[in-house]
Design a protein around this ligand. Structure first.
Ligand code: FES
Ligand code: MG
Length: 579
């Protein structure tokens, strides 16, 4: 497949460290021998970094410590020299205030780890939500050959014989507990059974969305993103990726050769068909822009009109989980089904095209992976809305909400911070109706800070007791990919920097029309101008440290929340280090 001239050992990047007959290289060689490696083990061989986001506090990546050894086995078989480089592990469940604050830090770390060391190719190991985009953003900017290995979804949850889904069932049973429908004892059973193996969330949350995107954009070996973490096939994926990355170095098959503009259009379409997490939008825009392509909300809007949801996985679907999806044929089966919506000539890390990768893939369960003419949702899973509340756009997930809110108007009930909103919704005397629009602001990229996953605002206890399970909610936050409900998210520009959401007041009428893709507040221009003149910015979130740099450089949600200075078109390219 690859026709370009192959690299020679003396062309390897690492040869700059190890090759020359000078004093510096003497140091590099003697210090490598200090670790017990004989020159035969590295000389003339591609040095492969295994960038591993394993940590003792990342339950989704528990197995990656051992899996790195399986990758090493493959690299050695392929004739390379494997070295493991640990990187920031972003556990979605344990890192506060939100992993989104640190996605760009992992991206920077990945890029600089690869740049500063004698590395010729990289295996990227991650999967828990932000680790996937973080690793890929960094590897793309560095642009040496790289393969992403997803951690793989965990097994289905189980409680008293009932199947439990990550995230979704925590919200569901929490609401049941608050409504008095289950006991505290039941709740403890849910707690023990909802995450019972290593691996990432097994609903179509951000983890499974992003690993599917990583594969459809060409950066994962075929089928790799659907393999369960606990399946022996996952071990084989690791050793196979190790063998393949060595070959990719000789081919000089770099991320930017793979991640072309059309490859991102493929990823958007696959995300839509999977019933993806709303977070996909932010990460995909950032990834595409790092690869040098102008992808934006409009591309998602176009796709959402034409690509139906055929992956029947919760929370867009009502029953199945990633384990079912894997057994039903996984992502290769899904992509085969939707081949009419894909650019099949895009090259992938396998060295073959996407079309070649999916040729012959089968679907074994037509209810889990639906045919295009029998989708679970006729349009794509996400919709982009614009209007005087969100001039730069916002996002809703029509596939996972009560359809009666697709067109809705109602009075706003506005909160400026999460704690006061939380207190209010727990108050059973709260003056609220099912027609109200619950609003949280100051939860965006700078205001949150880091745009936390607060966007599935909790249902007011009073409405829950009255039997309501959904209402229109609005914020500049994100929400977990495992969440559901009529939640308008990612409002841009965010309120913290004075976006129009900052001007909304309790009692104003908010109008949402998903079919028309519009969102507006029924407030006159004159009144908005008056409020704008009276508006004062909230106090700064950070006055030192990483957060200080974050709030100064993070871009808005519609731009992917990348740092401005990490953009590919920001300044001259970074040169290779002086050795
Ligand atoms: Fe790690 Fe959901 S918490 S993938
Ligand atoms: Mg998540």
């Amino acid at each position: 497949m690859m026709t370009d001239a192959r690299k020679k050992p003396e062309d390897l990047r690492s040869a700059r460290w190890f090759g020359p007959a000078d004093l510096r290289s003497f140091g590099h060689r003697s210090r490598t021998m200090q670790m017990g490696y004989a020159p035969e083990e590295w000389q003339g061989r591609p040095v492969i970094a295994i960038v591993n986001t394993w940590s003792d506090l990342n339950p989704c990546h528990t197995h990656l410590r051992q899996r790195a050894e399986d990758v090493k086995r493959g690299v050695l078989m392929g004739g390379g020299f494997p070295v493991e480089l640990p990187a920031l592990s972003l556990s979605e469940s344990l890192v506060k205030p939100t992993t989104m604050l640190y996605r760009n830090m992992l991206a920077m770390e990945t890029e600089e780890l690869l740049r500063s060391h004698p590395i010729d190719g990289a295996i990227l190991m991650g999967g828990c939500d932000k680790t996937t985009p973080g690793l890929l953003l960094g590897a793309t900017s560095m642009d040496i050959p790289a393969i992403f290995i997803p951690a793989g979804p965990m097994l289905r949850g189980n409680w008293g014989g009932k199947v439990l889904g990550s995230g979704s069932d925590s919200w569901k049973y929490w609401d049941e507990l608050r409504a008095g429908k289950i006991t505290q004892q039941d709740w403890l059973g849910v707690e023990a059974g909802i995450a019972r193996s290593h691996g990432t969330c097994m609903t179509m949350g951000t983890a499974s969305t992003m690993t599917a995107i990583a594969e459809s954009v060409g950066m994962v070996l075929p089928g790799g993103s659907s393999i369960l973490a606990a399946d022996a096939g996952h071990i084989r994926l690791c050793s196979e990726s190790g063998r393949r990355i060595v070959e990719m170095v000789w081919e000089d098959l770099t991320p930017k050769r793979i991640q072309i503009h059309k490859a991102f259009l493929n990823a958007i379409n696959v995300a839509m068909a999977m019933g993806c997490s709303t977070n996909a939008i932010i990460h995909l825009i950032a990834m595409a822009r790092r690869a040098g392509h102008d992808i934006g909300l409009d591309d998602f809007e176009r796709a959402s009109r034409v690509v139906p949801v055929i992956g029947n996985v919760r929370p867009s679907g009502s029953t199945y989980l990633m384990e079912d999806f894997f057994y039903a044929g996984g992502i290769l089966g899904l992509m085969e089904r939707m081949r009419a919506h894909l650019h099949l000539d895009c090259l992938t890390v396998s060295g073959r095209t996407l079309g070649e990768n999916i040729a012959g893939a089968k679907v074994y369960n037509d209810d889990v992976i639906r045919p295009l003419d029998n989708p679970i949702y006729g349009e794509g899973s996400l919709a982009v809305l614009k209007g005087n509340l969100a001039p730069d756009g916002c996002v809703i997930k029509p596939a996972a909400m009560d359809q009666k809110f697709l067109k809705h108007s109602g009075p706003a009930l506005v909160f400026d911070d999460y704690p006061s909103m939380k207190k209010a919704v727990d108050d059973e005397t709260l003056d609220i109706t099912p027609d109200h629009v619950l609003v949280l602001r100051n939860a965006g990229p700078q205001g949150g800070p880091g745009m936390p996953e607060w966007g599935m605002l909790p249902m007011p206890k009073r409405l829950l007791k009255e039997g309501h399970r959904d209402m229109l909610r609005l914020s500049d936050a994100r929400m977990s990919g495992t969440s559901y409900g009529a939640c308008v998210l990612h409002v841009a520009p965010e309120s913290y920097i004075g976006g129009p959401l900052a001007l909304l007041q309790t009692g104003d009428i908010v109008e949402v029309d998903v079919d028309a893709r519009s969102i507006n507040m029924r407030v006159s221009e004159e009144e908005l101008a008056r409020r704008r003149a009276a508006w004062t910015p909230p106090p700064p979130r950070f006055e030192r440290g990483y957060g200080y740099a974050f709030t100064r450089h993070v871009q808005q949600a519609n731009e992917g929340c990348d740092f401005d200075f990490l953009r590919t078109d920001f300044g001259a390219p970074v040169l290779e280090p002086v050795i």
